[in-house]
Design a protein around this ligand. Sequence first.
Ligand SMILES: *Cc1c(COP(=O)(O)O)cnc(C)c1O
Length: 374
Amino acid sequence: MSKPHHYQGLVERYRNRLPVDDSTPVISLCEGDTPLIRLNNLPKEFGLDVEMYVKFDGTNPTSSFKDRGMAMAVTKAAEKGAKAIVCASTGNTSAAAAAYAARAGMTAFVLIPEGKIPMGKLAQAIAHGAVVLQIRGNFDDGMRLVKEVADEAPVEIVNSVNPYRLQGQKTAALEIVEALGKAPDYHCIPVGNAGNISAYWIGYSEAAGRNTQSCTLCNGNCPYLDNPLTDSRPVMVGYQAAGAAPFMRNKPVENPETLATAIRIGNPQSWELAKAAVEESDGWFDEVTDEELLHTQSLLATKEGVFCEPASAVSVCGAIRDIKSGKIKAGSVVTCTVTGHGLKDTATAIAGKEHVETIDAELDSVKSAILQHV
Ligand SMILES: *Cc1c(COP(=O)(O)O)cnc(C)c1O
């Protein structure tokens, strides 16, 4: 008999680095432990002299990185005896909240912007039994309402303003440092509500035994610095969609617009934390157009076998541009978070593409179709 090695999810895996104790009822779907995939073909095709990886968090149980934060947030809600959770969402938070609430025996209330979330994500919220409240407004309106209602009704907010979300999400950075045996030189990541970039910076800082202003839980006194895994931290680079790029405008964007619906956010809740992450790491923010990010989404799928949603492609899209320009230095190790799976939003992925050839059910037809392509 071999020793069992059933992975139990990130709360168990990082128990000594998370705010839980023996009596905490862990709510898990075995999230985390996602692949760090080295890109081979794109760097070769573009002549990029870097070692480039994607952290494919679209392989989590509900197919986005939101599961990391939700595992911690719902675990802590369960510890408090909460019966219900609430979130505003561009889709993926609602999918994760719905699944983890189901697991915990809680009710999930999710506020989504009317008509602006892809069917895959909506299907997840419905399938897991969440109460779906579609609002006549955008994500930022939903976020405001959720914060107001949590003061007046018995529900726990599980948006990333909940500090436990960031604690769960920091584990992605720990996994990367463990996989590489060191911190990358640059970490590139999509930015919407700005929780994830803040969480990675908390994780990378902790891995290097350093405090950061981005951590809201410990206020500059991290309890997990005794066990450093490495001695350096990466430069943090946050990319936004051009139509929803408040960090580039240096102020909230009133009516954010982008096909990358997961980051269609004009007033990021973790503004200060994300800013601190970029400043402390000597990093930067930048933006990519919808056309550019869709092109990169397609390149990742067709050249590397990684099918991600549009918002997820902005990290790789921006990284390729900054490597080409030399802003990201040659010879570096570059990691990019790929936040969600392409199956979330199939409509956008195949729009405008000639995808299917219809042929007769005969050998000759199949053979000539093959010969046309090889
Ligand atoms: C939530 C989300 C983002 C943005 O993360 P923030 O923490 O809001 O900045 C990016 N991509 C996908 C797929 C997401 O679901």
